[in-house]
Write a protein that binds this ligand. Structure first.
Ligand code: OGA
Ligand code: ZN
Length: 374
């Protein structure tokens, strides 16, 4: 499978025929840059600098040696490289480019509401087993949502389970941030008002990738939660309302932090939906509360507002959103740049409500999952 049958020399690359019939081309600069001697053994950083060879670099001589390695004597720099064919096959960009992209995301809609078990996981399981930790990380990465059950309800008691993944992301709201109603609130979350489905901190260049809302007390009337898969709504628009979808991926909206306690003006332009290099969903940016006064070109303002209006309505549509009530000991965990969250108003005179919130970067979730599954 990793045996090379035949090699042909071209102007810019070596063309390889494999024993399984597959064919690959390997560019000279790419090969030289990935010579196994290019990297430091300890730091794994590349010590070789491709700028040391010219753009005309090519293979002066090449062969397969007794060990089955591809040996290339380079046209300049007095260097010979030895490549393991297994490594070449596994890193072959010709073959990779032919593979169909498969999205890791499992999109969901309101039918998830009847199956919350699917996204629930016990606190003990995560704390005491790697399987539990992996299950939580997979829910976060694939579905963008998980509810941890039976966490202690002491203040800051979400740290041990979060630290199973990594460090949290600090913001000026502090870690954890206190979601309680206070006089003269600097954020609508710190009131008893309803919060429409939103993401937190869309006015950052990179808003926190994940959010964790740990419920300590929820005895007040009201204060029920909602969540919606923004990727699922984006996907619906891509399939059914392409013009609106195109507006949402192409025209940046403006967001701004309105926090009166801050000696900083934080503002960012970003599209409502952004895509990855594979045209999969990357980020959703949506918050009615902190979208700034838009200043796009007059020719497109109407189109932009109507697309925003349609997207916002779908993000609150009962076909897409789920509703549930957090219990003390729950940690509602979600991808903050995919799953939008909200709550109904509550009556602070009827009881108490207290959540503590934490953020974490997406890199930490995906990095830990990749590490545990490698
Ligand atoms: C928040 C928030 C939801 C809630 O603090 O950002 O959205 O249920 N809170 O209070
Ligand atoms: Zn929020």
């Amino acid at each position: 499978m990793f045996n090379i049958l035949k090699i042909e020399k071209n102007k810019n690359n070596l063309h390889v025929k494999w024993s399984d019939g597959k064919e690959s081309s390997f560019n000279y600069l790419w090969l030289r840059d990935n010579c196994p001697t290019a990297h430091d053994k300890d730091s794994n950083h590349r010590m070789f600098n491709i700028l040391e060879v010219s753009k005309n670099l090519n293979a002066k001589e090449f062969k397969i040696n007794e060990e089955g390695k591809l040996v290339i004597e380079w046209s300049e720099g007095n260097h010979t490289s030895y490549y393991d064919p297994k490594w070449l096959k596994e890193n072959c960009y010709t073959l990779k480019s032919k593979q169909k992209y498969i999205s890791p995301y499992q999109l969901w809609n309101s039918s998830l509401e009847k199956n919350l078990d699917l996204i629930s996981i016990d606190h003990e399981e995560i704390l005491n087993s790697e399987e539990g930790l992996i299950k939580w990380l997979e829910l976060l990465h694939y579905k963008g949502i998980a509810i941890i059950k039976n966490t202690p309800v002491e203040k800051e008691s979400a740290f041990p389970v979060l630290n199973r993944i990594s460090h949290t992301r600090q913001t000026f709201f502090n870690t954890p941030f206190e979601v309680i109603n206070v006089p003269k609130p600097n954020n609508s979350a710190y009131t008893a008002h309803a919060l429409k489905n939103h993401m937190d901190l869309p006015w950052f260049e990179t808003p926190p990738g994940y959010q964790f809302l740990h419920c300590l007390i929820n005895s007040a009337k009201g204060g029920d939660s909602s969540a919606v898969d923004g990727f699922a709504v984006a996907n619906y628009l891509r399939k059914n309302e392409k013009e609106i979808f195109d507006t949402l991926i192409n025209i940046p909206l403006k967001f701004r932090d309105k926090d009166y306690t801050q000696e900083s003006i934080r503002s960012f332009y970003g599209t409502a939906i952004s895509l990855t290099k594979d045209e999969d969903y990357n980020d959703i940016r949506f918050s009615v509360a902190t979208m700034d006064t838009l200043d796009c070109h007059p020719d497109i303002m109407d189109k932009v507002y109507k697309a925003h209006h349609r997207f916002g309505n779908l993000l609150h549509d009962d076909k897409f959103q789920i509703k549930f009530r957090l219990e003390p000991g729950d940690i509602f965990s979600f991808n903050n740049r995919r799953v939008l969250h909200g709550r109904t108003a509550f009556d602070p005179n009827s009881g108490h409500r207290q959540l503590q919130g934490y953020y974490m970067d997406r890199d930490e979730i995906l990095g830990k999952l990749n590490f545990l599954k490698k």
